[in-house]
Write a protein that binds this ligand. Structure first.
Ligand SMILES: Cc1ncc(COP(=O)(O)O)c(C=O)c1O
Length: 365
C-alpha cells in the first residue's frame, strides 16, 4: 500500500509566512498612558450617556452604517458616497491596500511613519519602497518625488506624522497628487485635531486623493474602533466591494453622532492638549532634552543609548512612554503622548527622575 503523507497544518500564503509578527506593547497599562497617543482622559459625556442607554434588544440587530455615514459625510462637507466608516483607520488602510495593490506595485512611504502601512502592505504582493527622512525628521518631500516610479500605486502619508509630529504642507500634498496621476495618495489625518489643517475639502476635486480620519485620538474612542476613509466616488465604489458591511459595530455607530455633536468637549480637550504640549516642551528644553517640533498629541525626544532604561524607569514611576528606537532613523528616541496639563506636570517630574536615574547609572558604570 502506498504511503500517504498527511500535512497536519495547511501552509499559509508565502507572503504571510514572510511577514514579521507585530504585537503592540499593550498589557498592564494601569499607569499614566503616554504610550499610544490616545486621549488620556475620556470621551465626551454625551457619548457615555448614549452608551448607557443602549438596550440588549438593539444588540440583536446587525449594524446599519449608512445613516451614520451620511452624518459623518455632512460633517466633512462631503457626499455620503465619498465616505466609508471603518473599524478604525487600520481597517481603512487594510481595505485600501487590498483593493488597489497588485503584485509588482509599489507602496511609497516616507519613514519613520505609522507601522501598520508596512504591515498591511506586506500581506499583499506589492513592494514597499521607503524614503528616509533626514535627521530633522521633516517631511522628505523632494526625496519622495524622486522615488516615484511608473509602478508607484499608493503613497501613504500620515499628516501629522507619527512618531515625528512633522507635517506635509497642503501645497506639497497637492503637488504630490499632481505628480502621481497613476497612483493614489492616502493622507492619514489621525492627528488632525491637534494640527488644524486638512485636505478634506480637496476630496473629489483631486481624482487620486484619499483621506483617513480616526475617532481613536482626540475623540477618545480608541476602544470602539472607529475610523473613516474618504475619496472620490469612483474609487470608493471599489473599496466598498472589499469592505465588510458589518465591520463597524452598532455601539460605535450609536456613539459617533453624539461625539461629533459635542464640539465643546472636543475643543476643550484639544485646547488642553495643545497648552500641555507647549508646557511640556518648555520642561524638555529646561531639562536639555532634544525634541522634534510636533503638531500632534505627542512629542519625540532624544534619550540616547539608555533609551530602554529610561522607558523602564518611567514605567517604574508610573508613566508609560513608547521607545521608538527600532523605527528607521530613530535610534535612542522615545515618543511621549501629550495628555492634560496636570498629567504633563506629573510626566515632567517623572522625566527628570528617569533622566537622573540614567545619569546615576553612568556614575555607577
Ligand atoms: C498615523 C496613524 N494612523 C492611524 C492610527 C490608528 O488609528 P485607529 O485607531 O483608528 O486604527 C494611528 C494610531 O496610532 C496612527 O498613528
Amino acid at each position: 500500500m502506498p504511503e500517504t503523507t498527511i500535512a497536519l497544518h495547511p501552509a499559509p500564503r508565502a507572503r504571510v509566512q514572510a511577514m514579521k509578527e507585530y504585537h503592540p506593547p499593550l498589557g498592564c497599562r494601569d499607569a499614566l498612558r503616554l504610550d499610544f497617543n490616545e486621549n488620556t482622559l475620556a470621551c465626551s459625556p454625551k457619548v457615555r450617556e448614549v452608551l448607557a442607554g443602549i438596550s440588549a434588544g438593539s444588540l440583536t440587530r446587525y449594524p446599519e452604517r449608512e445613516p451614520v455615514e451620511a452624518i459623518v459625510a455632512k460633517h466633512l462637507g462631503l457626499a455620503p458616497a465619498q465616505v466609508a466608516l471603518t473599524n478604525g483607520v487600520d481597517e481603512a488602510i487594510h481595505v485600501l491596500f487590498e483593493t488597489f495593490l497588485e503584485a509588482g506595485d509599489e507602496l511609497l512611504l516616507p519613514v519613520p511613519t505609522y507601522t501598520m502601512y508596512e504591515v498591511y502592505a506586506s500581506a499583499t504582493n506589492a513592494r514597499v519602497v521607503t524614503v528616509q527622512a533626514a535627521d530633522d525628521l521633516q517631511f522628505p518631500f523632494e526625496r519622495l518625488l524622486s522615488a516615484i516610479t511608473p509602478r508607484t500605486k499608493i503613497i501613504a502619508i500620515a499628516n501629522p506624522n507619527s512618531p515625528s509630529g512633522s507635517v506635509a504642507t497642503r501645497e506639497q500634498i497637492v503637488e504630490l497628487a499632481r505628480r502621481t496621476p497613476h497612483a493614489l495618495l492616502l493622507v492619514d489625518e489621525a492627528y488632525f485635531h491637534f494640527y488644524g489643517e486638512t485636505v478634506a475639502d480637496l476630496i473629489g476635486a483631486i481624482p487620486n486623493l484619499m483621506l483617513a480620519r480616526t475617532f481613536s485620538k482626540a475623540y477618545g474612542l480608541a476602544g470602539l474602533r472607529l475610523g473613516l476613509l474618504a475619496g472620490p466616488v469612483e474609487l470608493m465604489r471599489w473599496v466598498r466591494r472589499v469592505l465588510s458591511p458589518y465591520s463597524v459595530n452598532s455601539l460605535a455607530l450609536a456613539c459617533l453622532p453624539p461625539a461629533l455633536e459635542d464640539t465643546a468637549y472636543l475643543d476643550w480637550y484639544v485646547g488642553e492638549v495643545v497648552a500641555a504640549r507647549r508646557q511640556f516642551e518648555t520642561a524638555l528644553d529646561a531639562a536639555g532634552v532634544r525634541r522634534w517640533p510636533s503638531q500632534a498629541n505627542f512629542v519625540l525626544v532624544e534619550i540616547g543609548a539608555k533609551h530602554a532604561a529610561f522607558t523602564q524607569r518611567m514605567r517604574e514611576v508610573g508613566v508609560l512612554v513608547r521607545d521608538r528606537s527600532s523605527d528607521p532613523g530613530c535610534d535612542g528616541r522615545v515618543r511621549i503622548t501629550i495628555g492634560t496639563q496636570e498629567q504633563m506636570r506629573q510626566a515632567a517630574i517623572a522625566l527628570n527622575e528617569a533622566l537622573e536615574g540614567n545619569k546615576n547609572r553612568d556614575v555607577g558604570n
